[in-house]
Design a binder for this molecule. Structure first.
Ligand SMILES: *[C@@H]1O[C@H](CO)[C@@H](O)[C@H](O)[C@H]1NC(C)=O
Ligand SMILES: *[C@@H]1O[C@H](CO)[C@@H](O)[C@H](O)[C@H]1NC(C)=O
Ligand SMILES: *[C@@H]1O[C@H](CO)[C@@H](O)[C@H](O)[C@H]1NC(C)=O
Ligand SMILES: *[C@@H]1O[C@H](CO)[C@@H](O)[C@H](O)[C@H]1NC(C)=O
Ligand SMILES: *[C@@H]1O[C@H](CO)[C@@H](O)[C@H](O)[C@H]1NC(C)=O
Ligand SMILES: *[C@@H]1O[C@H](CO)[C@@H](O)[C@H](O)[C@H]1NC(C)=O
Ligand SMILES: *[C@@H]1O[C@H](CO)[C@@H](O)[C@H](O)[C@H]1NC(C)=O
Length: 478
C-alpha cells in the first residue's frame, strides 16, 4: 500500500515536474530600470522555469544566463534582418552571439529567432524580402560552425500570418502565401519548429463583438462548431487554424511552439489582474493535462509565456496594455497567485530576491500651489518620459482626480529619473513627500536602483580578456 502510494506520489510529482520542464517565458528588457540579469535568472530558477526567450542577444542577459543551464532562444531584431542577407554578416552574428557562448559554463542556446513577427501588417511589408534570406544565412552559419544539429534558426510569427473562418479552413495570408510556403519548407528541411504568438487578449481587444468568455479556457458560453469538432476557446481554434494552414503545404505534422502567450494586467478595460489570473489558471491546467488541441489531441504544447516582467519603456503603439504583460511587476514581485504546475493551487510565484529600491520618497503636485496654468504642459512632459499608462481609461489609476493625475505623472517622472536633483520640480508645481500617496488599486511606485546593465563583465568579455592575457603571456615567453 505504502509503496503504491509513494509510487503514485512520484508519478504525480514527476508529471507536474514535467510541466515546469517545458514551460518557457519571454524576457524582455525594454524597461527604464531593468532588474539585474543575475536577479532575473535567479527568479527563473526559483520558479522552476527552465526555458527563456530573448528579443536580442545583448551581453547583459547573456552574461546572466551563462552557467545557468537554462535553455535559451536568442534573437535577431527586425532592424538587423536586412544586414543578415549578407552571409559574412550573418556569420559574424552567429560567431559573436551564439558560438562564443558555446562552452562549458556558457549559454545553452537552442534556438535563434530570426526577427520578431516581421510580417505584421503594420510593418507595411518592410521585412518581406529579407526574412527568408536572413533565416537561410543564419542556419547556414550555424551549420558551418558545427552547431546546426542542436541549434535551429526559426522566425517567431504573429497569428496574423494565417486565417480561416473555421480552424479547418486555415490558410496562410494570401499576400504572403508563397513566402510562407518557402519559409515553412525551409524550417521543415532544417528540422526547426514553427514559432507562433497567440493572443486571446488581442482577439478581444481588436474585435468589439468578440465573445468575452471564449478568450478563456474555462469558457462555458460561446463555442465554435467546426464540422462536428467543438472549440471552446480561441487559443485552440487559433492553434488549429495554423495546423490546417500547414496541412495545405503538406506539413500538417510540423512541430509548433507557442512563442508568446499571456494576458496583461493594466492599461485597458480588459487588462486586469483578475482576468490574467483566470487566463493563466486555465492555460496552466491545459498544459499540465497534455490535452493538446482538437487537431493535435493528447499532446504537450511547448509555450513561452509573455512575459516575465513589466516593461515601462515599451512602445504603446499597440495599446497602453503593452507595458503590463509581466507575470511579475517591474521589481520582480508577483502580481497574482499563479500555479505553474497547473494544479490550480493558490500559490504565489517566488519573488525576485535582493531587489534594491530607491528611497521611499514620492513626488506630488504641491497642494500649496495656486496658479495651475502650467499643469497640463508639465503632465505631458512627465508622461513623455515616464510611464503614465495606468492613468488611462479602464486602468488602475483612472479614478484619480485631476490633482491626483498630476501627482501620479510627476512621481512617475521622478522615479524614472532615479530621484535625481531637480526631477521633482515641474516649474515649482511639485514637491517631495515621504508619505505613500498610493490608493487602493493605484500604486505610486518607487523605482528600483538602476543596474549598470551594460557595464557588467560578461562571459565573452572574460573570454576575450583571457585570450588577451594568453597572448600577452605568449609574447612574454617569446
Ligand atoms: C550580437 O547581438 C547584439 C545584440 O542583438 C548586436 O547588437 C550585435 O551587433 C551582434 N554582434 C554581431 C557581431 O553581429
Ligand atoms: C506604414 O504605413 C502607414 C500608412 O502609410 C504609416 O502611417 C506607418 O508609419 C507605416 N509603418 C511603418 C512601420 O513603416
Ligand atoms: C521586395 O522585392 C521586390 C522584387 O524584387 C520589389 O519589387 C519590392 O519593392 C521589394 N520590397 C521591399 C519592401 O523592399
Ligand atoms: C520535410 O522534411 C523531411 C525531412 O527532410 C522531408 O523528407 C519532407 O519531404 C519534407 N516535407 C516537405 C513538404 O517539404
Ligand atoms: C500663472 O502662470 C502662468 C505661467 O505658468 C503665467 O503666465 C500667469 O501669468 C500666471 N497667472 C497668475 C495669476 O499669476
Ligand atoms: C486623468 O488622466 C487621464 C489620462 O490622461 C484622463 O483620462 C482623465 O480624464 C484624467 N482625470 C482627470 C480628473 O483629469
Ligand atoms: C506598490 O508596489 C510596490 C512594488 O511592488 C509594493 O512594494 C507596494 O506594496 C505597493 N503599494 C501598494 C500601496 O500597493
Amino acid at each position: 500500500m505504502v509503496t503504491l502510494q509513494v509510487f503514485k506520489l512520484v508519478l504525480i510529482l514527476g508529471c507536474f515536474n514535467s510541466i515546469a520542464d517545458g514551460l518557457g517565458v519571454n524576457w524582455g528588457t525594454l524597461a527604464s530600470h531593468p532588474l539585474p540579469p543575475k536577479t532575473v535568472v535567479q527568479v527563473l530558477k526559483d520558479n522552476g522555469i527552465k526555458k527563456v526567450k530573448l528579443f536580442d542577444a545583448d551581453s547583459g542577459p547573456m552574461g546572466g544566463l551563462a552557467g545557468s543551464n537554462l535553455e535559451v532562444m536568442v534573437a535577431i531584431p527586425n532592424n538587423m534582418l536586412g544586414m543578415m542577407t549578407d552571409y559574412a554578416t550573418a556569420k559574424k552574428w552567429v560567431n559573436k552571439n551564439v558560438t562564443s557562448y558555446n562552452f562549458n559554463g556558457g549559454v545553452n542556446i537552442k534556438y535563434v529567432a530570426v526577427g520578431n513577427e516581421p510580417f505584421l501588417s503594420s510593418y507595411n511589408g518592410s521585412f518581406l524580402n529579407v526574412t527568408l534570406p536572413a533565416l537561410e544565412n543564419i542556419q547556414k552559419a550555424l551549420n558551418e560552425a558545427g552547431v546546426g544539429s542542436s541549434i535551429k534558426a526559426t522566425v517567431p510569427l504573429n497569428a496574423e500570418v494565417y486565417s480561416g473562418d473555421l480552424p479547418s479552413a486555415g490558410q496562410f495570408r494570401t499576400d504572403i502565401s508563397d513566402l510562407m510556403t518557402n519559409i515553412v519548407t525551409f524550417l521543415n528541411q532544417s528540422g526547426a519548429p514553427f514559432v507562433v504568438n497567440i493572443y486571446p487578449f488581442l482577439s478581444l481587444y481588436d474585435n468589439a463583438g468578440f465573445p468575452f468568455d471564449y478568450a478563456f479556457f474555462d469558457n462555458s458560453g460561446t463555442t465554435v462548431n467546426d464540422n462536428g469538432i467543438v472549440y471552446t476557446n480561441v487559443f485552440d481554434a487559433n492553434f488549429d487554424t495554423l495546423v490546417s494552414a500547414l496541412k495545405t503545404v503538406n506539413l500538417g505534422g510540423m512541430e509548433i511552439i507557442v512563442g508568446e502567450v499571456g494576458w496583461p494586467t493594466d492599461g485597458d478595460i480588459n487588462a486586469k489582474v483578475a482576468y490574467a489570473q483566470r487566463f493563466y489558471t486555465g492555460l496552466m491546467k491545459k498544459l499540465a493535462s497534455n490535452t493538446g488541441t482538437p487537431l493535435r489531441p493528447n499532446q504537450y504544447i511547448e509555450v513561452y509565456l509573455f512575459g516575465l516582467i513589466d516593461e515601462d519603456a515599451k512602445s504603446v503603439a499597440p495599446g497602453n496594455f503593452e507595458r503590463h504583460w509581466g507575470i511579475l511587476k517591474y521589481d520582480g514581485q508577483p502580481k497574482f497567485n499563479m500555479d505553474l504546475t497547473g494544479q490550480g493551487r493558490s500559490v504565489t510565484l517566488v519573488p525576485a530576491k535582493g531587489v534594491q529600491y530607491q528611497p521611499k520618497t514620492w513626488c506630488l503636485l504641491n497642494p500649496k500651489v495656486q496658479n495651475l496654468t502650467a499643469i497640463g504642459d508639465n503632465i505631458d512632459y512627465a508622461c513623455t518620459y515616464a510611464d503614465c499608462t495606468s492613468l488611462g481609461y479602464g486602468s488602475t489609476c483612472n479614478g484619480l482626480d485631476s490633482s491626483g493625475n498630476a501627482s501620479y505623472a510627476f512621481n512617475a517622472y521622478f522615479q524614472v529619473q532615479s530621484q535625481i536633483d531637480g526631477s521633482c520640480d515641474f516649474q515649482g508645481l511639485a514637491t517631495e513627500t515621504t508619505q505613500d500617496p498610493s490608493t487602493t488599486g493605484c500604486n505610486f511606485t518607487i523605482q528600483i536602483v538602476l543596474d549598470s546593465f551594460g557595464l557588467q563583465v560578461t562571459v565573452p568579455v572574460q573570454v576575450v580578456l583571457l585570450q588577451v592575457l594568453v597572448s600577452v603571456f605568449l609574447v612574454m615567453v617569446w
